[in-house]
Design a protein around this ligand. Sequence first.
Ligand code: ADP
Ligand code: MG
Length: 559
Amino acid sequence: MSQQQRMQGQPMIIMGEDAQRMKDKDAQEHNIAAARAVAESVQSTLGPKGMDKMLVSSMGSVTVTNDGVTILQEMDIDNPTAEMIVEVAETQENEAGDGTTTAVAIAGELLKQAEELLEQDIHPTAIIRGFNLASERARDEIDDIAIDVDREDEDLLRKVAETSMTGKGAELNKEHLSQLIVDAIQAVTVEADDGSYIPDLEFLNIETQTGAAAGDSELLHGAVIDKDPVHEDMPVDLEDASVLLLDQPVEVDEAEADASLSVDSPDQLQQFIEQEEQQLQEKVDKIVETGADVVFCQKGIDDMAQHYLAKEGVLALRRVKKSDMQFLAEVLGAGIVSDLDTAGADDLGTGDLSRDEEAELFYVEGEDSHGVTLLLRGSTEHVVDELERGINDALDVVASTVSDGRVLAGGGAVEVELARRLRDYADSVEGREQLAVEAFGDAVELVPRVLAENAGLDPIDTLVDLRAAHDDGDVTAGLNVFSGDVEDTYESGVVEPAHAKEQAISSAAEAANLVLKIDDIISAGDLSTEGDGEEGGPGGPGGAPGGMGGMGGGMGGMM
Ligand code: ADP
Ligand code: MG
């Protein structure tokens, strides 16, 4: 996404016209400060005892969340270096689905460590090399530390889901929800010929509904469509129905509807209306001729056509979301039809439909499809939104555990062990890189420190206890944030997928190195066209002409 990221060699940052040029140390200090400011803004949300953020947009809409990537995406950041940190969160979200706060916090801490090394006159290239060495080593060590698990061990999968949900909106009902999550992932997991497990998230849909308790959330086989039939005389409960998915409107063709019409006599008007009705009747006939008992239409259905369809005994739903259409196609084994003229029986899918009048939902189940819908309920929009974010993370970590089969002890256990091993490894590294490898280990230990801090515990004491336990060989000793004790977090069920942690550490390292590589910030002056910041302009990502003032005004909206 970022232009800077794609540039080879030593990137520069092009700044707005008010800015002067910054070089070397000044440039690095400036960039590090900007990136760290962003990273630190999400730190207080880390872990079960982390706080939420309320984000108020300039339009006045409010998001209350604990989710790192959401916070950073909603913050109006227009500093290009700070943007790089936001990208870490986005990469982590895309690659792992969870661990965004961890990734960003480690990136910030790496830069803090780098700053200290720069002050000791260690050259940025040595730091970058050291960070790369450490990052690679961390990957190997995580693999060594990771515990191989049975991918069908429901008990363990539930713990992975619960660890991810703890401290989030989903937490209150975590027992119920973690079971739904595990059931959902298992329902969509296929075992490949080579024996690997592939959770196919295409077959998993999330639907939300307000006005009920989160504990009433349920997992349904097939799709759930939040729509009413277009006509009250239509059948709503159908078995073995032939279903047509149509992404065209069942309306009078636009070209004709738009054409201006001068009517000279009542006869002419009547004739015109009849023509339109005939056209609609023809479209309905074509639908009926395909053999469809049900039509899901992504676009509109004209009142008259609704009436004709009801008369034919066909159930029709209109303005169905595109994502629902695609999911229905999976569930029913149907194609999505764009042209009624060429549509035939082959395009139809088969399934059972039933109507829940009270919830105003349609349940659609396919014959032998493994598509499932997680129907999340919550009292209000804010509650459901935050619930959905938490559930999405939990689904991803369970999916990751099923496909990867490796987990780690959480609560900072893996980070302390990793730091210990990186310090050992540093002894074998020559030159100034050694200091950078050590610094990398220290940076990773930020996680237990912040977990402790956010829980109101003394971070130094906690770290001392944790290190002592690890020196004694307790690889899975982590922090219980509720009791403040050091314990075997694997045993107590705080477990995370190994893949997400690997990803968090490597993308944090990449981002820190990217920031460190910049040794020149040049005001590009006229390059950035005033006023069309929306387009991005030649200034690059995030509307770079923010100047050197640090973060944009948007942060003011954050409390
Ligand atoms: P992220 O966005 O990085 O996933 P979270 O706010 O979800 O951030 O916090 C994740 C961290 O919280 C992980 O390090 C995890 O091990 C830790 N954690 C989760 N549950 C517990 C728990 N019950 N006790 C201690 N640490 C926990
Ligand atoms: Mg998390």
